[in-house]
Design a protein. Structure first.
Length: 367
């Protein structure tokens, strides 16, 4: 496996823009990238047991996995994939430590051990049944975990060959699952790289499915009619991986290039986006005078074409959550005079249960 990340980069061909990421080298490489219901993009530090959040304004904050969980030298617990859950939290897999984790928007982490030892969980996605589903990379199984942390495992039927008796690498296993996602038919779909299937796939707001081609440094798009288009990443040998749709309409993914310097080889990596051409697909807006005692209304514009399953609202005062203000309308009091009020919209779409979030511009409260 190859991990990596140092600075964040976004590109909507042919323009390339570099964005700084705080303490990126000190905190190690990055793998999974996922859109959160809070309007942020979330990522994982593969080797240093940290989970990061990139806010809509570009600010980055990182949270550490509890130190009392098992870890392997150089790889940590094995943070590889994450997904937004129906409970408003982010869920992630720990490949080496063999658990499923949950992190709240405020950074509180809870871990749930998988009953089967050394199952090596990899991909994870929200399902239409309100649970999270994950692929067990070394045990020929798919797992399901409820928002309360109850895990059930399901064996993958034999397709005629399961590879070597002892699985030491994911590529050894023909039947083993790799990444998983909810499909438009209400079923969970997963990849099996050992059987030469496409890996790393995610739904895009343009109505197509996007996937990474790590070995040839390309991102690919396949329409529902089966037409495939490939896009070469700007950097050679970038090893693109782990894609996710963002509220900006682009596909976000990580890159793990190997860079050789006089002092040796490193994998600094980066996070990038590839433009789908559709522009922002979810935007929030606040309407109202802003006068204390006068109601403000939060609305959103959705251009994904996806059916909305649920919408959650959260009002923010000077960037922080206004406790209890979770309805579409909110009336600021005189105590909020001089404050900036924004609304955050978190939308869950069906049947694929993709979650996107957006934060509005601020409205100044006056007396």
């Amino acid at each position: 496996m190859h991990f990596g990340f140092t600075s964040a980069r976004r590109f909507t061909a042919p323009t390339v823009i570099w964005l700084p990421v705080t303490k990126s080298r000190a905190n190690g490489p990055v793998c999974g990238v996922a859109a959160g219901p809070d309007g942020s993009m979330w990522f994982e530090r593969c080797g240093s047991n940290k989970i990061g959040r990139i806010a809509p304004n570009g600010l980055t904050k990182e949270f550490s996995v509890p130190s009392d969980v098992p870890s392997t030298p150089g790889n940590g617990v094995g943070l590889l994939e994450m997904a937004a859950g129906p409970d408003g939290n982010m869920w992630f897999t720990a490949f080496f430590a063999n658990f499923i984790g949950k992190i709240t928007p405020s950074g509180v982490i809870t871990t749930y051990p998988i009953p089967t030892a050394n199952s090596h969980p990899y991909g994870i996605a929200a399902g239409p049944d309100g649970n999270l589903w994950f692929a067990e990379n070394f045990t020929n199984a798919i797992g399901r975990i409820t928002p309360e942390g109850v895990i059930t495992e399901f064996a993958i039927p034999d397709v005629g060959s399961t590879g070597p008796a002892t699985i030491t690498e994911p590529k050894d296993c023909i039947v083993c699952g790799f990444l998983i996602t909810a499909g438009p038919d209400g079923a969970m779909w997963f990849t099996m790289p050992g059987a030469s299937r496409i890996g790393d796939i995610t739904a895009g707001a343009d109505g197509s499915l996007w996937f990474s081609e790590s070995d040839v440094s390309r991102m690919g798009r396949i329409t529902l009619a089966g037409a495939i288009t490939e896009y070469t990443t700007p950097a050679a040998s970038s090893e693109p991986n782990m894609g996710a749709a963002g509220a900006d309409g682009n596909i976000w993914f990580s890159e793990q290039p190997i860079i050789t310097t006089p002092s040796g080889s490193t994998q600094p990596g980066r996070i990038a986006t590839v433009g789908t051409g559709v522009g922002p697909v979810l935007t929030a807006k606040v309407s109202g005078s802003g006068a204390a005692g006068s109601p403000l209304t939060c609305s959103y514009r959705n251009t994904t074409g996806w059916k909305v399953a649920s919408v959650r609202y959260q009002w923010l005062r000077n960037g922080s959550q206004n406790r209890g203000a979770t309805k579409q309308a909110h009336t600021p009091t005189a105590l909020a005079s001089g404050s900036s009020m924004r609304c955050r919209v978190s939308v869950t779409f069906t049947p694929a249960l993709t979650q996107l979030g957006s934060i509005s511009a601020g409205v100044r409260v006056t007396r």
